[in-house]
Design a protein around this ligand. Structure first.
Ligand code: ADP
Ligand code: ADP
Length: 214
């Protein structure tokens, strides 16, 4: 079965954590514009203005991420579907995505929005650590890395500090004020509670995906 979905949620909501489960189950790639931008930064190909925007928790220009997505969805592994994590974030991005898909004779199946109160997000993001060898996401309090993981391999994102997380949450709230109604109007939006144990949230997410009528 093919599945083309957009995963929306504030920073630290658990999108990356849940995306891993969905992608394994549906055999689709997780496409994260944040990961692609960070890879560009590491490779030295990301312009300085974009690095600065990310460091401050703002949004990079629409066209920069639209270009990344346009290329990525044509790769072989995305032919049968994909999970978009962190894209679209604005209505112009959502409109561009509709057009990219329509040009390829396809469309989105659903948009999942993971809701988590702002008060919980700061702690989730600030204590997030990612194993740079495997991409595994940990949380120092809720999902601590096992003792055999070398602490030197655990990455703390440059923008996962309290002040920047606050800015990112604020940016998210402004952006969703337009983006969620855009998807609601066309009947694609499913809002889910992202609070609770990881497995509980996974149950809600998989339930929502199974309910899609194709
Ligand atoms: P996002 O991709 O939405 O920014 P992540 O999946 O990276 O979020 O999760 C942010 C942090 O919160 C990580 O450290 C992760 O281990 C932790 N986390 C994810 N889901 C939960 C949950 N249901 N309860 C507690 N912590 C969680
Ligand atoms: P989050 O944990 O906030 O979900 P991401 O990894 O998705 O973070 O994104 C990190 C940063 O990359 C964002 O704060 C923003 O600067 C930039 N970014 C990622 N995706 C987009 C997008 N679709 N539009 C604009 N900026 C983006």
């Amino acid at each position: 079965m093919s599945l083309r979905l957009v995963f929306v949620g504030p920073p630290g909501a658990g999108k990356g954590t849940q995306a891993k489960v969905i992608c394994e189950r549906y055999k689709i790639p997780q496409i994260s514009t944040g990961d692609m931008l960070r890879a560009g930064k590491k490779a030295g190909t990301l312009p300085k203005e974009l690095i600065d925007t990310m460091a401050a928790g703002g949004l990079v220009p629409d066209q920069a991420v639209i270009d990344l997505i346009a290329k990525r969805i044509d790769e072989e592994d995305a032919k049968n579907g994909f999970l978009l994590d962190g894209f679209p974030r604005t209505v112009p991005q959502a409109e561009a995505l509709n057009k990219l898909l329509a040009d390829r004779g396809s469309k989105l199946d659903t948009v999942l929005a993971l809701n988590v109160a702002a008060s919980l997000l700061i702690e989730r993001a600030v204590l997030r650590r990612t194993d740079k060898r495997t991409g595994q996401i940990y949380h120092l309090k809720y999902n601590p890395p096992p003792p055999d993981v070398n602490p030197a391999d655990l990455e703390h994102r440059a923008d996962d500090h309290e002040e920047v997380v606050r800015n990112r949450v604020e940016t998210y709230e402004k952006m969703t004020a337009d983006l969620l109604p855009f998807y609601k109007k066309v009947g694609l939006l499913q809002e889910l509670d992202g609070v609770g144990k990881v497995e509980e949230v996974t149950g809600r997410v998989l339930g929502a995906l199974e309910s899609i009528k194709k």
